[in-house]
Design a protein around this ligand. Structure first.
Ligand code: GUN
Ligand code: ZN
Length: 428
């Protein structure tokens, strides 16, 4: 009995980075197909050629576009229940809404409930991988990895470390942050589809001692990713300057403590000094663009054009719940709007690439996820390009794939996600 599963639909694959090669880097088959076996994609091509032979199942997705599952490169799953909280900018938003909610994750039952709710919301939105912050509580990490394991999802996450400028009950110490992170890393990193990410929240909530302790842990485990926030709001940058008077700039607060490297993920990276850009590029760090968050919290306009031209690796993310959506379609739309405000129209090929291969490259996982290609893990979605009346009437006028796809990028939501597959198994 064959174990091969055939999926028919339109397919979109990339032979190169569209930021470098343009939209010609994409290949579109109107009658395409994927073959999936044991959770991996084994063949991608034209339906006519691939449909020969025996299959355990044949799924015809009709006119839907088969794409890699979306990859959200920066989110805070503990902020699920307080997403869309009104009226604050970053520091007040953290103190008013975020920290009280994160306090609740000392309760393992609550952490498990939210982790499950969050991952189900992601799958319904077509997101199959996320790199998430947890809270300072080790149980929040356990709850998250267990919920992902139950669903078969490839996820990345870490215990958020804070030893100052956070309320009582949400502070660890330099030593306990090191010890707890190390124990969680030992338990989860490389376990099934889980990756542990060393996670100092940001310089204002860590003492130099804590940053050094986490820098030391990273030096012991250089294959791990490290995630943090960088230059999100101007008030935050001024605060960092006052807390770290010796630092040359915000990035230097990380660099001086062993927290700048090729496996570093720097969320937001909006108001960067020339030296910061140069250093991030030199070490080949990843910048994570969080567009719905940047407009929602009023942070600023990420320089996608300048940074990609300079050769930075950029991933795309929701930053839930500073971001105002769980949806990577919505994040692509917001990235488009922010780039427009800076005078550059991102092509639909660039937007889809950012949400898939770009984020996978940022997370150093592009050899496993983020594209439809033989050998890749079979995390993919079927995207309905006519999911609402408004979208259908617009895409009906389209002359090519890009025109047919763009209305869904700009106006689509979970109704556009006709199916989500994780390791070849349908999960939404
Ligand atoms: N900077 C430090 N913590 C956070 C957070 O939770 N969300 C956002 N958007 N920025 C941060
Ligand atoms: Zn964040």
């Amino acid at each position: 009995m064959s174990k091969r599963h055939l999926h028919l639909g339109q397919t979109l694959t990339f032979t190169a980075d569209p930021f470098v090669e343009g939209p010609g880097a994409a290949r579109h088959d109107t009658q395409g197909a994927l073959v999936v076996e044991d959770g991996l994609i084994t063949q991608v091509g034209e339906a006519e050629a691939l449909r020969q032979g025996e299959f355990a199942s044949v799924t015809d997705h009709g006119q839907a576009l088969l794409l890699p599952g979306f990859i959200d490169a920066h989110a805070h799953y503990p902020q699920t229940a307080m997403i869309a909280s009104w009226g604050k900018r970053l520091i007040d938003w953290l103190n008013t809404y975020t920290f009280p909610e994160e306090m609740r994750f000392g309760d393992p039952d609550y952490a498990a409930e939210i982790a499950g709710r969050y991952l189900d919301l992601l799958l319904a939105q077509g997101t199959t991988t996320v790199c998430s912050y947890c809270t300072i509580h080790p149980t929040s990490v356990t709850a998250f990895f267990e919920a992902a394991e139950t669903r078969g999802m490839r996820v990345l996450a870490g215990k958020t470390c804070m030893d100052r400028n956070a309320p009582e009950g949400l502070r660890d110490t330099a030593q306990s942050a090191y010890d707890d992170s190390k124990a969680l890393l030992g338990r989860w990193h490389g376990q099934g589809r889980a990756s542990y990410v060393i996670t100092p929240r940001f310089s204002p909530t860590s003492t130099p001692d804590q940053l050094s302790a986490l820098g030391a842990l990273w030096a012991e485990h250089p294959d791990c990713l490290m995630q943090t926030h960088l230059s999100e709001q101007t008030d935050e940058i001024a605060w960092v300057k006052s807390l770290y008077p010796q630092a040359r700039d915000y990035l230097d607060t990380y660099e001086a403590h062993g927290l700048l490297g090729a496996n570093g993920l720097y969320g937001h990276a909006i108001h960067l000094e020339p030296r910061e850009k140069d250093r991030l590029r030199e070490v080949d760090a990843a910048l994570i663009h969080c567009p719905t968050s940047n407009t929602f919290i009023g942070s600023g306009l990420f320089d996608m054009d300048g940074l990609t031209r300079a050769g930075h690796r950029v991933g795309l993310a929701t930053d839930t719940g500073g971001g105002s959506s769980f949806s990577m379609l919505r994040s692509m739309a917001a990235a488009y709007e922010i780039a427009q405000l800076r005078g550059r129209a991102l092509h639909p090929a660039e937007l889809i690439w950012l949400a898939t291969t770009g984020s996978a490259r940022a997370l150093r996982l592009d050899d496993r996820i983020g594209s439809l290609a033989p050998g890749m893990e079979a995390d993919f979605i079927a995207l309905d390009l006519a999911s609402t009346t408004a979208i259908a009437q617009r895409s009906a006028q389209a002359n090519d794939l890009w025109e047919a796809l763009f209305p869904t990028i700009m106006m689509g939501d979970d109704r556009a996600i006709a199916a989500t597959y994780v390791a070849g198994r349908r999960v939404a």
